[in-house]
Design a binder for this molecule. Sequence first.
Ligand code: NAD
Length: 478
Amino acid sequence: MRYIDKIYIDGRFVTPLGSQTFDLHNPVTEEKIGVVRLGNAEDAQAATAAAKRAFPGFSRTSKEERIDMLKRLNEAVSARIPELTEAMALEYGAPQTFTRFAIPHAASSFLNMADVLREYAFERQMGRAQVIMQPIGVTAAITPWNSNIGFISSKLATAIAAGTTIVIKPSEMSAIQTQVLVECLHESGLPKGVVNIVNGVGNVVGSELVRHPDIAKVTFTGSTAVGKDIMRTSAETLKRVTLELGGKGPNIILDDADLDVAIPGVLRMGFMNSGQACIAGTRILAPAHRLDDILARLKSAAAALKVGAPGDPETVIGPMVSQKQYDRVQSYIQLGIQEGAKLLTGGSGRPDGLDRGWFTKPTIFFNVRNDMHIAREEIFGPVLSVIAYRNEEEAVSIANDTAYGLQAYLHGSDTVRMRALAERLDSGRVVINGAPHEPLAPFGGFKQSGLGREYGVFGLEAFLEPKAVISSGAVEPG
Ligand code: NAD
């Protein structure tokens, strides 16, 4: 049993003033594995005060000093990859197919930002004005449970690169992962108050940060509903907001796709992170004249995917994070059946042979219309919908007929055609033939998938305010 009773303020591990607790569970066994003591509004205020005190000094540090800090953060996180992986498996049930990428990616986000910072010009001339990019002020970061270490690392890396101090409120469900990560951050020896981390629930610690007049910016990753709430509350103090929200990505198989290559790719994008991924390609768009072949191949490929505990390296799909998430996914499977979609594979209940744990059958529906709930709403589990299209025009129209616009996928043979199609998709990212993540490119959503961008120069500039200093000409000698 783990007892996590410390938060991190002003460079020290302190006991929260809040006394409420939250139980942590292993989603593989459903057993209680820990208790976290939660911070309250006063803890959020103390963390904000520490970040505010640290800001004037930190915002004037040099590029070289901040690059050095980012390197130290990378070293500290890299040194504990095995422990971070174990924590993510224990508390979240993340399969190794995900953690093999996600944890090193979290560590590398510090070096990626160091590279961006090295090349970035904080001052530039525009006409008669000198434009200075100034650190935005104290930032609050609020993160979800589905890739806790990655989101904290990338938001913190950007704050450090920009010269802003930060208060982080991770998901209360990720306290074990957060604890190991905070130890890494502490070991990296940042100046005190630059990073502060307060465990707590959203409507207590999160909303206090969003209301607080000393917070200049909120960078939020989570659901669209909470993102809208944060935007509304932020309006009171005109905070800058970056919102990374939900998705319902189109996963488009083009008529010239080599299905031997495309089908495994389609399922990888659809079921990534056990389906608990904002960027999952959950709407499979298939050309009608190849539908039978595609369905047969999807069915047999899905049957071969191993569902199980993260200890098994063959596992592709782990459990849902919580009973609540399991119930939510099950209710969407029921809804799909009720609204007339046909089950190709999967369905209600646990997979055979798994009688405990929040495991869901990898489920694929066909005969899905794009106006059904299962095609419109983010399920956040391993549930995919196959939607047939007649021609390219119709594929683009179905792909864009959604409230979301985070990440789209194209699978085909003709890269020139796919490049042209990518321009027509209303999506923050378009991934062609399963290309790997690009950390220097902007990441974020069109429409209700969010506001603003993270990563690379776009991400850095979201932590900076431009200031124009205009002079009318040469200064007269006195
Ligand atoms: P959530 O919105 O319920 O919670 C996210 C965070 O916000 C948590 O830390 C929570 O405590 C906090 N929060 C809740 N209410 C709040 C409030 N009123 N004020 C301030 N903070 C509040 O999301 P979740 O269930 O933890 O995560 C799943 C969601 O996150 C999915 O919708 C998924 O698509 C989204 N997500 C988006 C991205 C992206 O980059 N676009 C990445 C991962 C997850």
